[in-house]
Design a protein. Structure first.
Length: 136
């Protein structure tokens, strides 16, 4: 099974392109809780750092978004899949998250999760499957 088959189905997607970073440290995956905002359909839910701006390639976008959203330049980033509009990258935090993660206001919390923690968080569609795949 391709990784993209575990992720969002076509009917959940809008046309906007996005690059997302699945960042690990010590066998766990970083997830971020989006701030409450009536204009954000994912407000209050958990997901990954990412985004894209006009004219950026997917790798440039995911690096910039990680630096902006969590204050971290990930190491070892590699493209793991592309599913329609989403390009997925996997990388590592350079040091323990307690020492490096600094939220910029788009998110109000972060946590490192493993497979056993997935039901404890209201995650954006497709995230649980991806985390299970990454930490398996």
């Amino acid at each position: 099974m391709r990784l993209s088959e575990l992720l969002f189905e076509e009917h959940h997607m809008k046309k906007r392109q996005v690059s997302l970073a699945v960042l690990t440290y010590d066998g766990r995956v970083l997830i971020l809780k989006r701030v409450m905002n009536e204009n954000d359909r994912h407000a209050g839910r958990w997901g990954f750092p990412g985004g894209v701006e006009e004219g950026e390639n997917p790798l440039e976008a995911v690096i910039r978004e990680c630096e902006e959203e969590i204050g971290v330049t990930p190491i070892g980033l590699k493209k793991i899949d592309r599913n329609g509009r989403i390009t997925w990258f996997m990388g590592e935090l350079p040091v323990s998250p307690e020492k490096c993660v600094r939220l910029n206001g788009e998110h109000d919390d972060w946590v490192m999760v493993g497979k056993d923690d997935l039901d404890d968080y209201d995650m954006i569609e497709g995230m649980k499957g991806l985390i299970s795949y990454v930490v398996s």
